[in-house]
Design a protein around this ligand. Structure first.
Ligand SMILES: Nc1nc2c(c(=O)[nH]1)N[C@H]1C(S)=C(S)[C@@H](COP(=O)(O)O)O[C@H]1N2
Ligand SMILES: [Mo]
Length: 418
């Protein structure tokens, strides 16, 4: 065994024993029932757990990815009213694609005064609305923009209103873009995805509420699309048009920028807190988040190695490294996100009547994790983290293609001072 491997194996054993000594809360691989602030949390971890971001994100704290000159949510109120970007003035065209027509019994247009207005959408919501938790992540940005409970009418409810008969294979949609075709931001889905939901994935929705409140202009008010299993670009804001088409392939604007527009969200982990400099032989508290993508999340794992030691060339994803399980934290009591009454809204998919999640960690959502590393001798180290999906496959691998969603096995350097 090489020196590096020897060290790592020993360190791994140490880590495992250390975790066990930390009791139930941090026992590797144990289902965590306790709250993050529970009394049996090791003292070293408590301060960094207190500093963790809230589980849900308030609307104004979301990272914003908005195109347009000017960006539509910055328009003055009078202009917003004029162009239909308020709840009172909004309406939605649902039409057949002139270039690849679908055969519809009915179309809804502003021109004919038949477009669906906000009151009609909310009325449909009384019977059909759904709400579900989802993390919003940009395909081109490493970390999630925010975690929310999104609410709206399933897009299929609107599609069925058109009485489609045949030649309908794809649905594309776009939002307000300053009436300038060059600024259009369009996304698309196969019609089958809109009409049916795979596994336990929630429906694609025409969304008007986030965390129990009307969407804010920045988040896409009055109405945006939200696609549960996809990166953010499919969730078009300031929605104005849904187009039913016989096109048989994607025509997303994001695709023209070399992005893989068929790749759903991936599972990966990243750190939030790693000390820049730790003390020798003193336990090191680490926190992070994980995104549960389409293949779910069962474990977060960490691995510390001396910096610059390298690894087998034949094992670029470190599959044989001595990974140790970190602890996935439970849903905290304080949910954040300015949820009304601080509670999960009633009838949110995936939660029971008391607000308890049916499965944890939740798919297509975020989870926080923590680990307490045993003390290390002075030196430079690299901390890596990865995830294991629900089928037991390590993620994110083997997928190095950034354009299908950035997520590496994160590597963070830190120093242990002598
Ligand atoms: N109309 C419109 N919708 C849009 C965008 C845009 O530029 N214009 N950006 C998209 C992208 S690329 C992402 S990642 C998400 C970000 O959503 P957020 O700003 O609410 O966090 O919005 C999507 N919806
Ligand atoms: Mo994005």
């Amino acid at each position: 065994m090489s020196d590096a491997k020897q060290f790592l194996t020993e360190h791994n054993d140490l880590t495992r024993r250390f975790f066990l000594r930390c009791g139930v809360t941090l026992a590797a691989g144990t289902a965590v029932a306790a709250n993050a602030n529970a009394a049996d949390t090791p003292a070293e971890l408590a301060p960094v757990l207190e500093k963790l971001e809230s589980y849900f994100t308030t609307q104004d704290k979301f990272g914003d990815v908005s195109r347009g000159r000017p960006v539509p949510h910055t328009l003055p109120l009078a202009k917003k009213k004029e162009v239909g970007l308020t709840r009172e003035t909004w309406s939605l065209d649902i039409i057949s694609d002139p270039d690849n027509p679908a055969t519809l019994g009915k179309q809804f247009t502003k021109k004919d005064n038949t477009a669906i207005d906000f009151a009609a959408l909310v009325k449909l919501g009384e019977k059909h609305a759904v709400r579900f938790a989802k993390v919003m992540t940009c395909l081109n940005i490493g970390c999630p923009l925010g975690m929310g409970i999104w609410e709206g009418v399933p897009l299929r409810t609107l599609v069925w209103l058109t009485q489609p008969r045949e030649n309908l294979r794809r649905v594309f949609y776009y939002g307000y873009h300053n009436d300038d075709p060059k600024q259009i931001f369009r996304s698309s889905l196969p019609v089958g995805r809109i009409l049916e939901d795979p596994d336990n994935v929630p429906p694609v929705i025409a969304c008007y509420k986030l965390n129990g409140e009307w969407l804010t202009p920045e988040r896409g008010a009055p109405v945006r699309i939200v696609v549960p299993e996809h990166y953010g670009y499919k969730s078009v804001k300031w929605l104005t048009h849904v187009v039913l088409s016989n096109l048989y392939h994607a025509n997303d604007t994001y695709g023209t920028q070399n992005n893989d527009v068929d790749s759903p969200m991936k599972t990966f982990a990243a750190t939030i807190h790693v000390p820049n400099e730790a003390k020798a032989d003193t336990p090191i508290p680490i926190t992070g988040y994980a995104q549960s993508g389409i293949s779910g999340l069962s474990k977060v794992q960490v691995w510390v190695s001396p910096a610059g030691k390298g690894w087998d060339k034949d094992d670029p994803y470190f599959t044989t490294a001595p990974w140790t399980n970190a602890t996935i934290l439970p849903l905290p009591k304080k949910l954040g996100g300015d949820l009304p009454g601080g509670a999960i809204p009633k009838d949110t998919m995936g939660f029971d009547a008391t607000g308890k999640p049916a499965e944890w960690p939740m798919r297509l959502a975020k989870a926080h994790w923590a680990a307490l590393l045993p003390g290390l001798p002075a030196g430079e180290y690299t901390l890596r983290c990865r995830t294991i999906d629900v089928k037991g496959a390590a993620q994110p691998m083997p997928r190095p293609f950034k354009k299908s969603g950035r997520c590496d096995i994160e590597a963070t350097k830190f120093t242990v001072a002598g």
